[in-house]
Ligand binder design. Sequence first.
Ligand code: MN
Length: 229
Amino acid sequence: MTHYVLPPAAPATLAVADTAAVFPVNRVFCIGRNYAWSAGEPRPTEMPAWFMKPASAVVPAEGALPYPPETADFCHEIELVVAIGRGGRDIDAGQAEQHIWGHAAGLDLTRRDLQQQAKRAGGPWEPAKAFDHSAPCTPLVPAAGRHPRTGAIWLAVNGLERQRADIADLLWPVPELVAMLSRSVALLPGDLIFTGTPAGVGPLQAGDRITGGVAGVKDFSMTVQPRPT
Ligand code: MN
């Protein structure tokens, strides 16, 4: 038996909708710009950028969301999340759905001021993206042969809608994203992919009530909790 010198961290998990079962989260991949943010924007010819968050950043999208430290510009990004059930490398886009276990709605929370700083300095994005509680997710809805490719994706703050699009408007659809990532790394069971956010990202304040979701997947609501002083 392995002798751990410290108790190993419990694996990160995501609830499975309507069951007591949980999905073990392995890694979290996030896709950069993947919706047109302005009318008439040409479809990019290059695949989008990707970055990662730690699995420990995944929390249930419910209840209190702590306002993170070191930012004055804490931003929401609503995203369709895809969970990988079967790993693989060099996955063909035409076969990609067979690797997908389920779907969720998630938030790619961002310390935007730190991201702008990183962009200016040519530095890494982790301080902006990979902080505690930065990847709230709804329970996973098992695909079981059903792969939503259309449906509203939306987010409101205090009842005022800020983001709305259709997942059919993803510039690079889910199968292409799975194929792209699998050419770069071997995808593993338990990996999550945040597929990019539509226009309308904006700042959150303590006390804000966030509601959002993806039609045909899940809706959620959370409240931003003030930073302890
Ligand atoms: Mn994002």
